[in-house]
Design a protein around this ligand. Sequence first.
Ligand SMILES: Cc1cc2nc3c(=O)[nH]c(=O)nc-3n(C[C@H](O)[C@H](O)[C@H](O)COP(=O)(O)OP(=O)(O)OC[C@H]3O[C@@H](n4cnc5c(N)ncnc54)[C@H](O)[C@@H]3O)c2cc1C
Length: 389
Amino acid sequence: MISFENTEVAFESKSNADLKRAYRLFKMVSSPRMVKFGKWATNIALKIRFPLKGIVKKTIFKQFCGGETKEECKGTIADLWKYRIGTILDYSVEGKNNTEDLENTKDEIISTVVKASENESIPFSVFKITGVGRFANLEKFNKPGSPVSEEDKREFQEVSRRVEEICKSAYEHKVPLFIDAEDFCIQDTIDRMATAMMAKYNKEQAIIYNTVQMYRVDRLDHLKLAVKSAKESGYHYAVKLVRGAYMEEERHLAKEKGYPDPIHPDKASCDKAYDSALEFLIDNLESVSLCAGTHNEKSSLYLAQLLDDKGVKRDNPKVYFAQLLGMSDHISFNLSKNGFNVAKYVPYGPVKEVLPYLIRRAEENTSIAGQTSRELSLIIKERKRRKLV
Ligand SMILES: Cc1cc2nc3c(=O)[nH]c(=O)nc-3n(C[C@H](O)[C@H](O)[C@H](O)COP(=O)(O)OP(=O)(O)OC[C@H]3O[C@@H](n4cnc5c(N)ncnc54)[C@H](O)[C@@H]3O)c2cc1C
């Protein structure tokens, strides 16, 4: 069976200089104090208009992003594809609110769909609905029947039009498209939109993928119902399965607003739900397509084992694994080397605009209770193997 221990395979694409740069970066972000200071200093630098771009672009941006534009991602796309790892171009500009910006984001996403249709190395496109619609407006439509004004309705129609344009373009170009999952208080709106798009565009094949966050207690039932109703209505159900990125905020909001915490009470129950969902989806593969978006070694091994045990070919186009650029290469490269389908999210956008994304990656890689973070341990192991230290 496959193992993720092999750092030679994991870092095959990295030169000694790349490893040294990554080592320095992960060492720096391993200190929670350093990350806190970096976040504070970045905010100050932005306020006083200090030219940050040069430093950021050479360090943390280089590790986690493909470039400032799609064109700049060319090298990253080619490097990954040498190892049969696909790219998912992720336009990572966040928090835009005015109509012009939302339209521009929609156009940019459509351009990633077109680019994907021209490149076998780009198997999927992706977008966030909050990239093309205001959060506050999506929230108003989360619970059907909530009071909304005519202006709210008009705005929501515009968001729906943008989503429709993106999905139609994916359908016409035959490019599978992920709709990312977001906060609990807007996820019902997102699910309704995604389901409508699946019902419309997944009749012949899986084009529109919704994302399901298994850290939510209700998601296994949701998934079963969604697969059942897709079968009954005659379309392919396609899903990116993740654990979920907003746990702390969700717990905090539930407490503050006095509704039941939507998240599993502990990590073990979240992990169990994730793996049960994997098994359920593989058992229904005749009408389902799946991308496992995870950096969890156990779940990745579990899915790999499920495929082998159930006689599903490793390169069956209905099953993909996905990780983020700059993280968990030991999973991505070892899976790909063993014949499984793998793709990486490759975020891109102007340095200043992707700063929130970069700060989240830094926070995620700080060491807990003085332990060396997983990424840093792997880099140290490979540098030792290469006798660089
Ligand atoms: C390709 C890709 C696409 C992604 N797309 C999305 C997306 O669209 N929407 C989204 O929300 N996230 C997305 N994520 C992020 C994802 O949801 C996770 O936050 C992240 O991948 C870490 O989870 P993991 O499965 O890698 O494994 P691990 O690192 O093993 O798990 C960490 C996760 O477990 C859960 N968890 C941790 N502690 C507890 C606890 N005490 N109780 C309950 N649950 C707990 C949380 O979800 C936490 O993020 C994506 C990730 C990848 C790799």
